[in-house]
Design a protein around this ligand. Sequence first.
Ligand code: ATP
Ligand code: MG
Length: 178
Amino acid sequence: MKRKNRGLLIGRMQPVHNGHIEVIKETLEEVDEIIIGIGSAQLSHELKDPFTAGERVLMMRNALIEEGIDLNKTYIIPIEDINRNKLWVSQVEMVSPPFKKVYSGNSLVQVLFSEEGYEVIAPELFDRKVLSGTEIRKRILMDEDWQSLVPKATVEIIEEINGVDRIKHLNKKEISEL
Ligand code: ATP
Ligand code: MG
């Protein structure tokens, strides 16, 4: 059987936003299957990483369904950090289905995979001024419009888990720090 041409896209997806969905759609034009790696899977309940891996899996899966993307062509794999950059590619290889190409805009991810001989592609960024996790987390904190930057699925999951309150609460200082 011919080996499938699989591509890997890794991101922390804090939260899943429209930029991720666009890049997944474009990547699926080039590969048979896409592996979506949910990075820093062990982190949650921090301002930069508010959502658990499970919550992010749910956002991603429901967003793929909402967008009509064929789930049979996708894998969603949580990937924990090991804090040993040189060994991280092996860690990814251990938990992911085999893949040939890596799609990432992150320079560390690019360096680590190309040093291990992978073909690395830097996908075009869509509307990056606003389509970034950092911008969306900031807007959630400031009560600005963030809903238009993410799939409906992300809005629904954040509502279901009281994610806005979680982020605002994480931003509060201890009384002793005031
Ligand atoms: P943060 O600001 O928290 O780092 P992010 O928006 O960069 O969030 P990541 O999960 O770090 O999101 O992104 C993972 C990968 O998704 C990036 O390396 C990039 O390849 C892709 N990506 C992110 N935003 C966009 C975008 N606006 N357009 C296209 N691809 C994107
Ligand atoms: Mg990023």
